[in-house]
Design a protein around this ligand. Structure first.
Ligand code: PLP
Length: 460
């Protein structure tokens, strides 16, 4: 095997055999995998950590790297894992499908697992007369939703929130309000970015909840007049901004925007790629907390336990309004669909939304307490099992991306994986699988606080 370099042996599951494992402080990749990666991967493709990890196996809520080191996963893959790494129901469903030999059929053929999955998602969405189209990613899901909205409204004008992230395709970078992810795009859409997504650095941040929402709505009113022709196709928003750093708008914001737009025909798209399936603890889809029933919901990430699936669930008339035909070669394919059914059943049967609420509270409480004595923590925010830590400089406000990078390294050294993010790269994100146990919540919280203390102390 090439993985371990000359003389080293590799077990069938890709781990270095025990005798060939480098000592934990040996920082060289076993066979220069990083150098090989750099030679063939785009320069802009992001890798986490100065010495990137190669994850080779997972069990429960933990993953193991190619050196044999195990980590508690407080990032849930990249929110792709809601149910742990080796849930028997998911593995058995996928293995049964593999044994049948049909791993791909495209949307040209009927597929029982896909129909069952669509029925469940249509019901859970609470969208009247809902229809579902499956894709292979969140980007494609938003691409489909934007295509539907612009076709339905015959307009390319879109409202999005500042600080948003909706994907890396031509249309979705054009509604992404974060310079580091949307650079060099000449979008086919005309997007106006509204206030309300990332409050910590908004010019309205000093206002209380009600006054803040009122200011956002007044701004929307003005923007409709000065920046649009009045025929806006849609408003696309994440209920809690994901890549943007788990920023949470006040509960009333989306309803206030929807009310302002009522009667204009503007469609509301809730991007639930990160917030869906109960992760926020309060509701199954994040948008429900606002009381708004959207016209479309887009989803992906954790639905199939890491298998590639995404999709859009839309009002029937919006979905059916697209002229011409459409297929997806891989969207909602059999392996992903059977895995997704098993994941979704587990999430519902085990009330993982309730677990996200209970253990989310443990993490939020612990980190709020830490923030009282650690000045590096400018804000602790989020919902359920989405906790964002805004890291700031000595003035208590300036974004400190170096501190975030240091926390990522310090947690990794302690055997804990967390994520980065934020408009300025200064946010640490915590989003464990929804199967997190109470003991793991305590363990991960202690490791994270210890790492934050180290980073905070190093700056004094
Ligand atoms: N929308 C949101 C809210 C996301 O967080 C992401 C990915 O992080 C996407 C869309 C894009 O999904 P994908 O990376 O599967 O294309």
């Amino acid at each position: 095997s090439g993985r371990a370099g000359p003389g080293a042996s590799v077990t069938p599951d890709g781990l270095l055999a025990p005798d060939d494992r480098p000592s934990p402080d040996d920082r060289l990749a076993p066979d220069d995998l990083l150098a090989r990666h750099r030679a063939v991967a785009p320069a802009w493709q992001r890798l986490l950590y100065a010495e990137p990890l190669e994850l080779v196996s997972g069990s429960g809520n933990r993953v193991t790297d190619s050196r044999g080191r195990t980590y508690l996963d407080f990032f849930g893959g990249i929110l792709t894992n809601m149910v742990g790494y080796d849930l028997p129901a998911v593995r058995e469903a996928v293995e049964r499908q593999l044994a049948r030999g049909v791993v791909h059929t495209s949307t040209l053929y009927l597929q029982r697992a896909q129909v069952e999955l669509a029925e469940k998602i249509a019901r859970l969405s609470q969208i009247p007369d809902a229809k579902v189209f499956f894709t292979t990613s969140g980007t494609e899901a938003n691409e489909a939703a934007l295509l539907l909205a612009t076709a339905h409204r015959r307009s390319n004008q879109v409202l999005a929130l500042r600080g948003s992230y909706h994907g890396r395709s031509f249309a979705t970078v054009g509604v992404t309000g974060n310079r580091s992810w949307s650079s060099s795009s000449l979008s086919p859409l005309q997007t106006t970015y509204l206030q309300g997504g990332y409050r910590f650095r908004s010019s309205f941040r000093h206002l209380d909840d009600d006054a803040y929402v009122d200011a956002c709505v007044a701004d929307l009113r003005e923007l409709l007049d000065v920046a649009t022709a009045g025929d806006v196709a849609c408003l696309i928003a994440e209920p809690v901004q994901g890549v943007g750093g788990f920023a949470v708008p006040p509960p009333r914001l989306l309803a206030a925007y929807a009310e302002e737009l009522a009667g204009t025909g503007t469609l509301v798209i809730s991007d639930e790629v990160q917030t869906g399936w109960g992760r926020t603890g309060e509701t199954f889809f994040g948008v429900e907390a606002s009381g708004v029933v959207p016209d479309m919901i887009t989803f992906a990430k954790g639905l199939a336990g890491g298998h590639a699936i995404g999709g859009v669930v839309a009002r029937g008339d919006v979905m059916d309004g697209l002229a011409g035909r459409g297929i997806s070669t891989f969207g909602g394919g059999p392996l992903a669909a059977v895995a997704a059914n098993a994941v979704l059943d587990h999430v519902l049967d085990q009330d993982l939304q309730g677990n996200a609420r209970r253990l989310g509270a443990v993490l939020h409480d612990g980190l709020h307490r830490a923030a009282e004595r650690l000045p590096v923590l400018g804000e602790v925010r989020g919902k359920g099992l989405m906790v964002g830590l805004e890291l700031v400089g000595a003035d208590g406000y300036a974004p400190d991306p170096d501190a975030a990078a240091a926390v990522l390294e310090a947690t990794r050294e302690r055997g804990l994986l967390v994520g980065g993010g934020g408009l300025h790269g200064n946010v640490v994100r915590v989003a464990p699988p929804l199967t997190l146990t109470a003991a793991e919540a305590d363990e991960g919280l202690a490791l994270l606080v210890d790492a934050l203390e180290e980073v905070d102390a190093a700056r004094r």
